[in-house]
Ligand binder design. Structure first.
Ligand code: SAM
Length: 378
């Protein structure tokens, strides 16, 4: 058993992909502007004031080494234990540290020493700034494919986030499997990543710069659905998506007709088997989204408004941390058919980008603020 375990660890540690990625994020890149493509662009919708403020409080050196591709702020965070896969210099950890409060905790895991060093340097700075008596952030060195081997306990996290990292892993199924095992029942994996419009070619996969820039390892979005199902997660719920443009001719020539988006999905660890569709009403008690809670691209819950939801969402809401924030009809949980059909699912980020562009031109094509820019801390 011990031998089997060390063999598993060894093939993670010895992977050339890991060594190349470590080299890229440790030695080659020193700051956000060293990136060779604008592979990750932000949704250009304005950020809510409380998130802007939380980002402003993060130390500039941490922000200067931010390489994410989305905003990873799920709702209802007070007191939660959160794990950040590939936490880098720690920007998202320090932002979320403020939102979970002193009773919550954020663990960041990353394999690259240089990134961890920056993150760890500023623990005291941030705890003083937030006036916390003891740190609620810690950083672990390890592989996202081997979370339990890095010392993280099974069934111990309420939420896992990740920002532009899973694409860098050569074994995405293992990442999702490990994430599933360290999540508590009812827990959520909420993550932003880069997705492609089809399975990319071997030439693209083997290109070190494209891999390091988060394009070569991008999953075809449909493969995320398959992996999630194999691992046991609920069907990924698409939250938002924005187009990635690669303004680098050399890289673009290799990428050919493949298109890329940055997308945020939420996956839940809930019991198998769908519940029936039901009606719910949001009570407006979640901090920051008191009037209106955008759960995913299909469902926005306005306070006190009755909404018909599909069976899987009914199961998610009743088994997750959101259960107290909704009333269910009939009371107590998912119910029988009520005559109103729930909306058809939208999980294709390329389709969502088109819809968003139609609704509000420019909103899904990046713009004012590249999320990979240090300006996103201001
Ligand atoms: C694109 S950066 C994103 C960093 C951070 N999430 C952010 O938003 O700034 C990718 C990070 O993931 C880490 N990483 C990539 N693959 C990893 C793996 N298999 N295990 C652990 N860390 C990994 C890299 O070391 C790097 O710090």
């Amino acid at each position: 058993m011990a031998e089997e375990k060390s063999a598993r660890t060894k093939d993670v540690v010895d992977s050339t992909v890991h060594l190349d990625v470590k080299d890229y994020y440790g030695r080659v890149l020193k700051k956000t502007s060293d990136l060779k493509s604008n592979a990750c662009v932000a949704p250009s919708q304005p950020l809510p004031a409380f998130i802007r403020q939380a980002l402003k409080n993060v130390h500039p050196e941490v922000c200067a080494r931010y390489y994410g591709c989305g905003l990873v702020v799920p709702e209802c965070l007070e007191g939660c234990r959160i794990l950040d896969l590939g936490s880098g210099s720690g920007r998202d950890c320090y932002m979320l540290s403020q939102l979970v409060g002193e009773k919550g905790h954020i663990t960041g895991i990353d394999m690259t020493e240089d990134q961890l060093k920056v993150a760890r340097t500023y623990v005291d700075y941030h705890m003083q700034k937030f006036a916390y008596k003891k740190p609620n952030v810690s950083f672990v060195q390890g592989y996202i494919e081997a979370l339990t081997e890095a010392g993280l306990e099974k069934n111990s996290f309420d939420i896992i986030i990740s920002n532009c990292v899973v694409n860098l892993s050569p074994d995405k199924k293992r990442v999702l499997t490990e994430a599933y095992s360290v999540l508590k029942d009812g827990g959520e994996l909420y993550f932003s990543d880069v997705y492609s419009s089809g399975r990319v070619t071997e030439e693209i996969k083997n290109h070190k710069v494209l891999w390091g820039e988060c394009l070569g390892g991008a999953l075809w979005w449909k493969d995320l659905l398959l992996l999630a199902e194999e691992v046991g997660f609920s069907t990924p719920r698409l939250v938002t998506a924005s187009v990635i443009t690669v303004d680098n001719k050399e890289l673009q020539d290799i990428l050919g007709d493949f298109r890329f988006v940055s997308a945020t999905y939420r996956l839940f660890k809930i019991p198998k088997g769908n519940t029936k569709p039901c009606q719910v009403m949001y009570n407006g008690n979640i901090t920051g989204v008191e009037d209106s809670f955008l759960f995913d691209c299909q469902y926005t819950f306005k306070v006190d408004e009755v909404v018909e939801i599909d069976g899987e969402l009914a199961s998610i809401l009743t088994h997750s941390r959101f259960v107290e924030d909704f009333s269910f009809k009939p009371p107590g949980g998912p119910c029988g058919p009520s005559g109103v059909r729930p909306k058809a699912g939208c999980v294709d980020p390329f389709e969502l980008v088109l819809q968003l562009e139609k609704r509000s031109p420019g909103s899904a094509t990046g713009g004012c603020c590249s999320t990979r820019s240090a300006a996103c801390c201001q």
